[in-house]
Ligand binder design. Sequence first.
Ligand code: SF4
Length: 500
Amino acid sequence: MNRFAVISPPVITPSEVPAGAFMLAGGLAARGIEAPIHDLSLGFFRWLFLEHAPTAGFANCTPSLEYLISPGTEFYDPHKHRSVCGVLQSVLKAYKKNFPGWQLSLMDSVPPGIAHSTADLISLAKSGSTPFSRYFRLWLKQNSGTFDHGLISLAYLSQLPAAVEIAWLLEESGIRVTVGGSLASALNDTGSGIKLLKGCFRKVTLDDGRSIVGEDQPFLSKIEWPVFANNWKYFSSRPVIPFPLTTGCTWNKCLFCPDRDKPYMDISVKNLERILAGGPENPVIHLIDSAIPVKTIEDMLPLFREKTSGFYGFARPQGDWLRDGLLEKMTDSGCLMLQTGAESGSSGILQRFMKGFSPDTAEKVITKISDSGMRNYVYLLFGLPGETEKDRELTLAMVRRLKGKIDYMNLSVFNLPEKCELTDRAAEFGIIPGEYDSDASVLRFYRPFQSIDGSDPRKEAREFIKNVFKPDPAVIPVLQSTPRWFRAGHMALMKKTPLL
Ligand code: SF4
């Protein structure tokens, strides 16, 4: 019988258990298979900050990590949080000097050379001289005898260089490796380069985990609290558990959505009950749904109120949130923060791309979230095809009207997905999808595009953000309050300060 281990390679922000690894190990546990989670991102950062930093003469990280784990107050103080993250970043900066060409932060790793080129990744892995090599050798020495089949869970491109390296090291030690996770399935379904990813590993699986157990039913139909290889604390003041109430999306109509083929499924509340029964006391639940389902969230509130110390997640700012005091009930049940994809203040833009709500409704929802006492994390998207200066001004005007109501903000410039309805219907929207001119084999989710009328909405958007949006008095305090590191998880746990 195989002894499994679920491995999550660095870099993923080490503030909560990586969702993919957690679901895989939890699904295996619910089927009677023990597969301890080895979170090598948390392990790597712990090694770097607590073991390597003192010997290398870097800044002392212990007080910073102690603060992130036990701030001594109910919520993080924003100033103190910024300063302790600065210490950790300074250590990362000093450490990466030993690895010329590498970019390394608490949420990303990019190797030198052509990003995500298969040949480069494999040769780096074999070189044994990456930022992760020393930690991996130590980890392997301590753990390689405990399992004979490693299941590597990949969710982000930021994990890829380390994933290639750890897979190679495991196979060199005679351990079988299977690679899967949302990165592989997303590349297969909506990106380009799955063949290249397969070229990096001996075995890549594209399903949700069911092939490991030889079942037909969705893997998330049964999940419970999994086993962890170590009982390390995450860099967070409360244990955060990722959990989806649904797969797919309740709306599923946005034209630039790359995920519209994902099957929709409600995940039984029994799964969350089982997880809560086996996990730590009073966790915070991170709802990882594409959009929290309005129709079922109310049924979940008693469970959140009774068994957790809060929850947060992503919400489409649709009118249903304004009904029957729902947002107030959510606050009373511990909802700490809603991330709202308001995207644009232009009704023309929202309608054209089938967002399914108006800026007016989004504004009301955001106002009510704030008035109910929750934190607001507002996502804005600029540079969509056909976006004009007037559209951008409307977005700024919306933010000005919301002054004092938005706690945190995420500004983004549109990327055209390799595959989505908008890409298929490009001419209707006045664009011509292009190809990158590099001849390298790389993994990609997006492609360049040109506007038929010669405009360049992405470039115009970048200039607008830099010269007009960011310097606006309504925007400055929000951006200053938005933490650079540990983003959403820590924002939900940050003291809510009144914004002027
Ligand atoms: S709300 Fe998000 S997940 Fe749903 S269709 Fe729109 S972009 Fe896709």
